[in-house]
Write a protein that binds this ligand. Sequence first.
Ligand code: NAI
Length: 247
Amino acid sequence: MNLEGKIALVTGASRGIGRAIAMELSAGGAFVIVNYNGSESAAAETVRAIETAGGQAEAWQCNVADYGACEQMINGVLEKYKHIDILVNNAGITRDNLLMKMSEAEFDAVIDTNLKGTFHTMRFVSRQMLKQRSGRIINLASVVGIVGNAGQTNYAASKAGVIGMTKTAAKELAARGITVNAIAPGFIETDMTDKLSEKIREQMNAQIPLGRFGKPEYVAKAAAFLASDDASYITGQVLNVDGGMVM
Ligand code: NAI
Protein backbone atom coordinates (compact mmCIF):
# COMPACT_ATOMS: atom_id res chain seq x y z
CA MET A 1 0.00 0.00 0.00
CA ASN A 2 1.94 3.06 -1.16
CA LEU A 3 0.52 6.34 0.14
CA GLU A 4 3.91 8.12 0.20
CA GLY A 5 3.54 11.88 -0.28
CA LYS A 6 -0.24 11.85 0.22
CA ILE A 7 -2.00 14.22 2.61
CA ALA A 8 -4.92 12.52 4.37
CA LEU A 9 -7.58 14.17 6.52
CA VAL A 10 -9.42 11.82 8.89
CA THR A 11 -12.31 13.30 10.89
CA GLY A 12 -12.95 12.14 14.45
CA ALA A 13 -9.55 10.46 14.54
CA SER A 14 -8.85 10.84 18.26
CA ARG A 15 -10.09 7.32 19.07
CA GLY A 16 -11.82 4.18 17.81
CA ILE A 17 -12.15 3.49 14.10
CA GLY A 18 -10.87 6.98 13.17
CA ARG A 19 -7.64 6.46 15.10
CA ALA A 20 -7.13 3.02 13.50
CA ILE A 21 -7.68 4.53 10.02
CA ALA A 22 -5.23 7.36 10.76
CA MET A 23 -2.62 4.81 11.89
CA GLU A 24 -3.15 2.58 8.85
CA LEU A 25 -2.93 5.46 6.33
CA SER A 26 0.22 6.63 8.08
CA ALA A 27 1.69 3.13 7.94
CA GLY A 28 1.22 3.37 4.16
CA GLY A 29 3.26 6.59 4.13
CA ALA A 30 0.57 9.32 4.21
CA PHE A 31 0.88 12.48 6.30
CA VAL A 32 -2.28 12.46 8.42
CA ILE A 33 -4.34 15.38 9.68
CA VAL A 34 -5.95 14.00 12.84
CA ASN A 35 -9.20 15.93 13.19
CA TYR A 36 -10.91 16.11 16.58
CA ASN A 37 -13.66 18.17 18.15
CA GLY A 38 -13.40 18.22 21.96
CA SER A 39 -10.80 15.60 22.79
CA GLU A 40 -7.48 17.41 22.32
CA SER A 41 -5.45 15.07 24.53
CA ALA A 42 -6.81 11.93 22.80
CA ALA A 43 -5.98 13.47 19.41
CA ALA A 44 -2.45 14.21 20.67
CA GLU A 45 -2.22 10.54 21.68
CA THR A 46 -3.14 9.47 18.13
CA VAL A 47 -0.43 11.79 16.76
CA ARG A 48 2.09 10.38 19.28
CA ALA A 49 1.19 6.80 18.32
CA ILE A 50 1.71 7.64 14.62
CA GLU A 51 5.05 9.33 15.32
CA THR A 52 6.22 6.46 17.53
CA ALA A 53 5.51 4.11 14.62
CA GLY A 54 7.68 6.33 12.39
CA GLY A 55 4.90 8.33 10.67
CA GLN A 56 3.93 12.00 10.53
CA ALA A 57 0.69 13.64 11.65
CA GLU A 58 -0.82 16.83 13.03
CA ALA A 59 -3.91 17.24 15.22
CA TRP A 60 -6.51 19.74 13.91
CA GLN A 61 -9.52 20.92 15.90
CA CYS A 62 -12.83 21.35 14.07
CA ASN A 63 -16.44 20.52 14.82
CA VAL A 64 -17.55 18.87 11.58
CA ALA A 65 -21.17 19.83 12.29
CA ASP A 66 -20.15 23.49 11.76
CA TYR A 67 -20.15 24.48 8.06
CA GLY A 68 -17.94 27.56 8.50
CA ALA A 69 -15.47 25.71 10.73
CA CYS A 70 -15.07 22.98 8.08
CA GLU A 71 -14.36 25.61 5.43
CA GLN A 72 -11.71 27.10 7.73
CA MET A 73 -10.15 23.71 8.46
CA ILE A 74 -9.89 22.73 4.77
CA ASN A 75 -8.50 26.16 3.83
CA GLY A 76 -6.04 25.98 6.71
CA VAL A 77 -4.81 22.51 5.73
CA LEU A 78 -4.46 23.61 2.09
CA GLU A 79 -2.55 26.74 3.02
CA LYS A 80 -0.09 24.67 5.03
CA TYR A 81 0.18 21.45 3.00
CA LYS A 82 -0.96 22.59 -0.50
CA HIS A 83 -3.07 19.50 -1.31
CA ILE A 84 -5.50 17.01 0.21
CA ASP A 85 -5.41 13.59 -1.42
CA ILE A 86 -7.52 11.50 0.94
CA LEU A 87 -10.58 12.53 2.96
CA VAL A 88 -12.06 10.05 5.43
CA ASN A 89 -15.36 11.14 6.96
CA ASN A 90 -15.36 9.10 10.14
CA ALA A 91 -16.70 11.46 12.85
CA GLY A 92 -20.02 10.16 14.09
CA ILE A 93 -22.31 10.03 17.10
CA THR A 94 -25.36 8.15 18.34
CA ARG A 95 -28.32 9.45 20.36
CA ASP A 96 -30.51 6.33 20.50
CA ASN A 97 -34.18 6.38 21.40
CA LEU A 98 -37.41 4.80 20.25
CA LEU A 99 -39.15 6.74 17.49
CA MET A 100 -42.07 7.85 19.67
CA LYS A 101 -39.70 9.09 22.40
CA MET A 102 -37.00 10.66 20.24
CA SER A 103 -36.60 14.40 20.76
CA GLU A 104 -35.97 16.86 17.98
CA ALA A 105 -32.61 17.65 19.62
CA GLU A 106 -31.58 13.96 19.50
CA PHE A 107 -32.57 13.73 15.85
CA ASP A 108 -30.85 16.98 14.85
CA ALA A 109 -27.59 16.27 16.70
CA VAL A 110 -27.04 13.00 14.84
CA ILE A 111 -28.00 14.45 11.45
CA ASP A 112 -25.78 17.52 12.03
CA THR A 113 -22.66 15.49 12.81
CA ASN A 114 -23.04 12.33 10.73
CA LEU A 115 -24.80 13.62 7.63
CA LYS A 116 -24.15 17.35 7.44
CA GLY A 117 -20.60 16.87 8.74
CA THR A 118 -19.89 14.57 5.79
CA PHE A 119 -21.47 17.07 3.38
CA HIS A 120 -19.44 19.97 4.81
CA THR A 121 -16.01 18.40 4.38
CA MET A 122 -16.83 16.88 0.96
CA ARG A 123 -18.18 20.28 -0.15
CA PHE A 124 -14.89 22.06 0.51
CA VAL A 125 -12.44 19.25 -0.30
CA SER A 126 -14.08 18.46 -3.66
CA ARG A 127 -13.17 21.88 -5.09
CA GLN A 128 -9.49 21.18 -4.39
CA MET A 129 -9.65 17.57 -5.62
CA LEU A 130 -11.27 18.76 -8.87
CA LYS A 131 -8.33 21.15 -9.33
CA GLN A 132 -5.86 18.36 -8.54
CA ARG A 133 -7.72 15.97 -10.88
CA SER A 134 -7.28 13.28 -8.25
CA GLY A 135 -8.53 12.32 -4.83
CA ARG A 136 -10.08 9.68 -2.65
CA ILE A 137 -13.11 10.22 -0.42
CA ILE A 138 -14.17 7.49 2.01
CA ASN A 139 -17.30 7.93 4.09
CA LEU A 140 -18.15 5.86 7.16
CA ALA A 141 -21.73 4.66 6.79
CA SER A 142 -23.14 1.69 8.74
CA VAL A 143 -25.08 -1.50 8.05
CA VAL A 144 -27.83 0.26 10.04
CA GLY A 145 -28.17 2.70 7.12
CA ILE A 146 -28.94 -0.28 4.88
CA VAL A 147 -31.21 -2.47 7.02
CA GLY A 148 -32.38 -0.11 9.82
CA ASN A 149 -32.24 -0.76 13.57
CA ALA A 150 -34.88 -0.28 16.28
CA GLY A 151 -33.98 2.72 18.44
CA GLN A 152 -31.83 4.38 15.79
CA THR A 153 -34.19 6.37 13.53
CA ASN A 154 -31.81 9.35 13.56
CA TYR A 155 -28.64 7.28 13.08
CA ALA A 156 -30.13 5.07 10.33
CA ALA A 157 -31.38 8.19 8.49
CA SER A 158 -27.95 9.82 8.74
CA LYS A 159 -26.10 6.74 7.47
CA ALA A 160 -28.60 6.05 4.65
CA GLY A 161 -28.08 9.71 3.72
CA VAL A 162 -24.32 9.23 3.71
CA ILE A 163 -24.74 6.35 1.25
CA GLY A 164 -26.90 8.50 -1.06
CA MET A 165 -24.41 11.38 -0.91
CA THR A 166 -21.50 9.00 -1.57
CA LYS A 167 -23.08 7.72 -4.78
CA THR A 168 -24.03 11.22 -5.93
CA ALA A 169 -20.55 12.63 -5.26
CA ALA A 170 -19.03 9.60 -7.00
CA LYS A 171 -21.03 10.44 -10.14
CA GLU A 172 -20.20 14.16 -9.98
CA LEU A 173 -16.47 13.74 -9.41
CA ALA A 174 -15.62 10.64 -11.47
CA ALA A 175 -14.75 12.56 -14.64
CA ARG A 176 -11.74 14.07 -12.84
CA GLY A 177 -10.44 10.76 -11.48
CA ILE A 178 -11.79 11.23 -7.97
CA THR A 179 -13.32 8.18 -6.30
CA VAL A 180 -15.93 8.30 -3.54
CA ASN A 181 -16.85 5.17 -1.60
CA ALA A 182 -18.53 4.26 1.67
CA ILE A 183 -17.66 1.64 4.25
CA ALA A 184 -20.54 0.13 6.20
CA PRO A 185 -19.20 -1.47 9.38
CA GLY A 186 -21.30 -3.88 11.38
CA PHE A 187 -20.53 -4.09 15.10
CA ILE A 188 -17.01 -2.95 15.87
CA GLU A 189 -15.41 -2.89 19.35
CA THR A 190 -15.14 0.85 20.20
CA ASP A 191 -16.46 3.33 22.78
CA MET A 192 -19.61 3.55 20.64
CA THR A 193 -20.48 -0.13 21.17
CA ASP A 194 -19.03 -0.39 24.70
CA LYS A 195 -22.33 0.99 26.01
CA LEU A 196 -24.27 -2.09 24.83
CA SER A 197 -25.45 -4.51 27.52
CA GLU A 198 -24.20 -8.11 27.61
CA LYS A 199 -27.68 -9.29 26.54
CA ILE A 200 -27.72 -7.04 23.45
CA ARG A 201 -24.16 -8.09 22.58
CA GLU A 202 -25.18 -11.76 22.68
CA GLN A 203 -28.19 -11.02 20.47
CA MET A 204 -25.95 -9.13 18.03
CA ASN A 205 -23.34 -11.90 17.94
CA ALA A 206 -26.06 -14.37 16.99
CA GLN A 207 -26.72 -12.28 13.85
CA ILE A 208 -23.07 -12.23 12.76
CA PRO A 209 -22.12 -15.28 10.66
CA LEU A 210 -18.47 -14.91 11.71
CA GLY A 211 -19.73 -14.96 15.32
CA ARG A 212 -17.86 -12.00 16.80
CA PHE A 213 -17.64 -8.21 16.85
CA GLY A 214 -15.05 -6.65 14.55
CA LYS A 215 -11.97 -4.62 15.46
CA PRO A 216 -11.27 -1.03 14.31
CA GLU A 217 -8.24 -2.37 12.41
CA TYR A 218 -10.49 -4.40 10.09
CA VAL A 219 -12.26 -1.22 9.00
CA ALA A 220 -8.94 0.61 8.73
CA LYS A 221 -7.58 -2.00 6.28
CA ALA A 222 -10.61 -1.52 4.02
CA ALA A 223 -10.22 2.28 4.18
CA ALA A 224 -6.52 2.10 3.30
CA PHE A 225 -7.31 -0.13 0.32
CA LEU A 226 -9.98 2.28 -0.96
CA ALA A 227 -7.50 5.15 -0.50
CA SER A 228 -4.79 3.40 -2.51
CA ASP A 229 -4.03 3.30 -6.24
CA ASP A 230 -5.10 -0.37 -6.18
CA ALA A 231 -8.72 0.83 -5.83
CA SER A 232 -8.59 3.35 -8.70
CA TYR A 233 -11.43 1.60 -10.62
CA ILE A 234 -13.81 1.38 -7.64
CA THR A 235 -16.23 4.24 -7.04
CA GLY A 236 -19.75 4.77 -5.70
CA GLN A 237 -19.63 1.51 -3.74
CA VAL A 238 -20.58 0.54 -0.22
CA LEU A 239 -18.18 -1.99 1.27
CA ASN A 240 -19.59 -3.86 4.27
CA VAL A 241 -17.08 -4.79 6.97
CA ASP A 242 -19.47 -6.70 9.18
CA GLY A 243 -18.54 -10.36 9.57
CA GLY A 244 -21.25 -11.23 7.05
CA MET A 245 -24.06 -9.66 9.07
CA VAL A 246 -25.73 -8.09 6.01
CA MET A 247 -25.54 -9.92 2.70
P1 NAI B 1 -16.32 6.62 18.59
O1 NAI B 1 -17.44 7.23 19.35
O2 NAI B 1 -15.35 5.75 19.29
O3 NAI B 1 -15.50 7.76 17.81
C1 NAI B 1 -16.14 8.78 17.08
C2 NAI B 1 -15.17 9.92 16.92
O4 NAI B 1 -15.83 11.01 16.29
C3 NAI B 1 -14.67 10.43 18.28
O5 NAI B 1 -13.28 10.67 18.19
C4 NAI B 1 -15.44 11.74 18.43
O6 NAI B 1 -14.75 12.70 19.22
C5 NAI B 1 -15.53 12.20 16.99
N1 NAI B 1 -16.58 13.21 16.79
C6 NAI B 1 -17.86 13.14 17.22
N2 NAI B 1 -18.51 14.27 16.87
C7 NAI B 1 -17.61 15.05 16.21
C8 NAI B 1 -17.68 16.34 15.61
N3 NAI B 1 -18.82 17.05 15.62
N4 NAI B 1 -16.57 16.83 15.00
C9 NAI B 1 -15.41 16.12 14.97
N5 NAI B 1 -15.28 14.91 15.54
C10 NAI B 1 -16.37 14.38 16.15
O7 NAI B 1 -17.01 5.85 17.37
P2 NAI B 1 -16.46 4.70 16.39
O8 NAI B 1 -17.11 3.46 16.78
O9 NAI B 1 -14.99 4.78 16.26
O10 NAI B 1 -17.16 5.17 15.01
C11 NAI B 1 -16.50 5.81 13.96
C12 NAI B 1 -17.44 5.88 12.76
O11 NAI B 1 -17.83 4.57 12.38
C13 NAI B 1 -18.73 6.64 13.07
O12 NAI B 1 -19.12 7.38 11.92
C14 NAI B 1 -19.72 5.53 13.33
O13 NAI B 1 -21.04 5.93 13.08
C15 NAI B 1 -19.25 4.48 12.36
N6 NAI B 1 -19.67 3.13 12.72
C16 NAI B 1 -19.27 2.53 13.88
C17 NAI B 1 -19.70 1.25 14.20
C18 NAI B 1 -19.28 0.53 15.44
O14 NAI B 1 -19.78 -0.59 15.66
N7 NAI B 1 -18.41 1.06 16.28
C19 NAI B 1 -20.62 0.54 13.30
C20 NAI B 1 -20.98 1.25 12.11
C21 NAI B 1 -20.52 2.51 11.85
